[in-house]
Design a protein. Structure first.
Length: 403
């Protein structure tokens, strides 16, 4: 494993001028760009972190593979929240220092390099591409990852990135689509890399998510009711999807969004036991280990389903509110099927031109170019209720200002 050079449009320095311009608007900047949580970490998590501050796993070196308590909590969470029995499918587990490092290191830890191809959606989280480039492998972008015919006959494909719910689009893949992806990948000896970090942030009943072949976004004011309990979207490790065995499938999850723990750098990978064991050994040598007190906090977060539901409700109300404001400003915005972002076409046809108009309202969004589509914008609802409300007020004043 050796790092190669990379190139990416994912450079937040490009939005600095728009950010500074928005700051000059009376009332100041409302930042809806980076998906960084602002709500409180659940009390149960804070107490667990504090209680573990001087335990053996804090003043001594923590286990790379995770404490027995953490490993049990992860397995229980998969079973209770994702309907996935890790033991039954022969899956392993390893905690990671946030999900971003897991994504960025994935191709390298799989020993991919020159001549190997990694498939990913054309519109997607930019770190998939960066990680492939760091390993020296080749990126293949496809319009629809569920269209297996677009990549199954390509030579040297070694891995396929799946992201459901998707950042930035909010698209959700059905169980049937995931089953097809896993089968095609196995037939060619490739690994399915399923980024499921927004799995509990879905906005339609589970039966709808299971049955939809392609999930459209939800119209505000439509006939679909919000479920009383947040449904988890299908996992690539689901028994029927993976055929009852985890071979060739790795799923990633993060506690950043469900429990507002982005600063804790708390995530994990589950799946193919042999691949997990190899990755664990590399992580041990590199010191890619979750701090002991954070492992204790992760246990609390995985078990505090009430706090997750409260956060889910906050995000739902923010999504509905923001979409209504964007529509009054002229955007054809809709609530996504999953994740925490409103992905909408730029009014001017160019994200940078729209960013200029939004900056005149004191609002900052993410340019779609960062995710592979210059004609779109991404608005995050990881902002306070107050900021979402102020953004809606500004957006509702009329059409987007132009230079």
């Amino acid at each position: 494993m050796g790092f190669r050079t990379y190139s990416s449009p994912y450079d937040w320095g490009k939005v600095a001028d728009y950010r500074n311009r928005a700051r000059q608007v009376p009332g100041g900047l409302i930042d809806l760009s980076v998906g960084s949580p602002v709500d409180a970490v659940p009390r149960s998590v804070q107490e667990a972190l504090s209680a573990a501050a001087d335990k053996a796993n804090a003043h001594g070196y923590p286990a790379t593979a995770g404490t027995p308590e953490l490993r049990t909590a992860i397995a229980d969470w998969f079973l209770n929240c994702r309907d996935v029995d890790l033991d039954a499918i022969g899956a392993g587990i390893v905690p990671t220092v946030g999900s971003k490092e897991a994504v960025a290191l994935m191709a390298s830890l799989l020993h991919l390099g020159r001549g190997d191809v990694v498939v990913q959606p054309k519109i997607s989280y930019p770190t998939y591409e960066i990680g492939t480039q760091l390993a020296g492998a080749t990126v293949l972008k496809v319009d629809d990852i569920a269209d297996v015919e677009s990549w199954r006959h390509v030579p040297c494909v070694k891995a396929i990135w799946v992201n459901s719910p998707c950042n930035p689009t909010g698209e959700v893949l059905s169980a049937a689509q995931l089953t097809s992806i896993v089968a095609a990948a196995r037939a060619m000896g490739a690994v399915v890399l399923s980024d499921e970090c927004y799995a509990l942030m879905s906005w339609l009943p589970g039966d709808v998510l299971d049955e939809k072949a392609t999930c459209p976004a939800v119209e505000v004011g439509g006939s679909v009711d919000v479920p009383a309990v947040p449904p988890a979207v299908p996992s690539a490790l689901g028994f029927g999807i993976c055929g009852g065995r985890a071979q060739g499938v790795l799923a990633l999850y993060s506690l950043s969004k469900q429990s507002n723990m982005a600063g804790y750098r708390a995530a994990f990978i589950a799946g193919d036991r042999d691949l997990i064991e190899q990755m664990t050994q590399y992580r041990k040598q590199m010191g890619q280990i979750i701090a002991g007190p954070v492992q204790a906090a992760m246990v609390a977060a995985l078990r505090d389903t009430g706090a997750v539901h409260d956060q889910w409700m906050r995000y739902w109300h923010r999504l509905v509110s923001l979409v209504s404001g964007l529509r009054r400003c002229g955007y054809r915005a809709v609530v996504p099927y999953g994740a925490l972002y409103v992905w909408t076409a730029a009014q001017t046809g160019d994200c940078w031109s729209d960013l200029d108009g939004l900056a005149r309202l004191g609002i900052l969004a993410s340019p779609g170019e960062f995710y592979g589509d210059r004609g779109h914008l991404r608005f995050s609802v990881t902002a306070s209720d107050e900021d979402i409300g102020r953004a809606v007020e500004r957006l509702s004043a009329g059409p987007l200002p132009q230079a």
